[in-house]
Design a binder for this molecule. Structure first.
Ligand SMILES: *Cc1c(COP(=O)(O)O)cnc(C)c1O
Length: 386
């Protein structure tokens, strides 16, 4: 049996008539950039997320970039963020000329540890950029409290967390900006690159709309410099057509995670074939660490376990036809391009340990129970019996 990490063909097959009709309408209209299809998508996604305004952009990376630009964050400014994320999180800060200031993660959730943020804020700090990694929200209540007290902007990187909830807030809806990606691996994805920034603030929304079209407010008049950060209508049509299915897909991801948990919950005690192998329970209980859910709704963009002997486990799973991935093998503070920031191995032990131990297992909605059992059985065999 083969179990890919992600199979988008299965999703397309399940909704093909709707997608094809939406694409046909755009092609028939010959309006490919912005326009009514993009606007309808923006309104639907903002409404889903729980924000007043949505500004469709060219990618999740550009969503972060325009949010930083809208806040006029630049050289000399600092933005506090996590060292354990996709590169774009810190890359966007660096691209506007500001300095990413990293603080370590909470090892239980992989998200920025809010208790470490304040000691790293300075007179130069302008914003906090938390990431809702793997589909679980970071601690937004303490982050917003620090931001309020210190007058900082909060830009949520919600690229992996559309539909996640905690404390009555949807991911992306409690900060000043919520940034989402529609890259094909995300829970709500287009057929190429795309993203959106959401905000409740009409003034920020207006500025974001200008920034994505070179800062233009009236035709050929520019008070600020922006860029081409537009979302195109074909992507918007796909995203809008998929949105009504998102909660069903998310629930399937959550159910898949629950099945993994049942099968892997305590691998030493409960081999998935019901046998009583390894009755001595010689493995330490932390041989395999399952994702901790500490929020109301974790949307499982990734199902990430920790294993001490990660690379060997990944190779063994690959040999069994099981696709996995490592998000992320190198923490951001140790990336070569940030060498001048002066971070050293050991600065963020939780992020560094995570980088060595994490392994993402297949979790996409269309997985069958049989496939999940196959993955779990192999995990148990490899982790417990070598
Ligand atoms: C995917 C992702 C991004 C970037 O989105 P793109 O659409 O690929 O540019 C940013 N941050 C995180 C955490 C992501 O997972």
């Amino acid at each position: 049996m083969k179990v890919p990490l992600l199979d988008l063909a299965a999703q397309y097959a399940s909704i093909r008539p709707e997608i094809d009709a939406a694409l046909d309408r755009v092609v028939a209209s010959q309006r490919f950039v912005l326009g009514p299809v993009v606007q309808a998508c923006e309104e639907a996604v903002a409404d889903y997320v729980g924000s007043a305004h949505g500004i469709g952009v060219s990618s999740g990376t550009d969503a972060l970039l325009v949010a930083l630009m809208a806040e006029e964050i630049g050289p000399g400014d600092e933005v506090v963020t996590t060292p354990f994320s996709f590169f774009a999180t810190a890359g966007a800060i660096s691209r506007v000329g500001a300095t990413p200031v990293f603080v370590d993660i909470d090892p239980a959730t992989f998200n920025i540890d809010p208790g470490l943020i304040e000691e790293r804020t300075t007179a130069r700090t302008r914003a906090i950029l938390p990431v809702h990694l793997f589909g679980q929200m970071a601690g937004m209540a303490p982050i917003m409290e620090i931001a309020r007290r210190r007058g900082l902007a909060v830009i949520e990187d919600a690229a992996q967390a559309i539909g996640a909830r905690h404390d009555g807030h949807g991911a992306g809806a409690s900060g000043h900006y919520g940034c989402f990606s529609f890259y094909p691996t995300k829970n709500l994805s287009g057929y190429g690159d795309g993203g959106i920034v959401v905000t409740d603030d009409p003034a920020r929304a207006e500025k974001l709309r200008a920034l994505r079209v070179h800062g233009e407010t009236t035709r050929y008049h520019h008070r600020i410099v922006g860029g081409n950060f537009r979302l195109d209508a074909l992507q918007a049509a796909v995203i809008h057509a998929k949105l009504p299915h998102l909660d069903r897909w998310t629930d399937a991801r959550i159910a898949n995670a629950a099945l993994y948990r049942r099968l892997l919950g305590d691998p030493a005690a409960r081999p998935t074939d019901g046998s009583t192998r390894n009755p001595e329970g010689t493995q330490s209980p932390d041989t395999l660490v399952l994702p901790r859910v500490v929020t109301e709704r974790h949307v499982f963009n990734q199902f990430v376990v920790r294993v001490a002997d990660r690379d060997r486990v990944q190779a063994r799973l690959a040999a069994a036809g099981i696709g996995t991935a490592i998000y992320y093998p190198v923490p951001l503070h140790l990336q070569e391009c940030f060498a001048e920031l002066g971070y050293r191995p050991g600065d963020f032990p939780n992020a560094e340990r995570a980088a060595n131990e994490v392994l993402a297992l297949p979790i996409f909605p269309e997985l069958t129970a049989e496939q999940i059992r196959h993955v779990a059985q192999n995990m148990v065999d490899i982790v417990l019996y070598g």
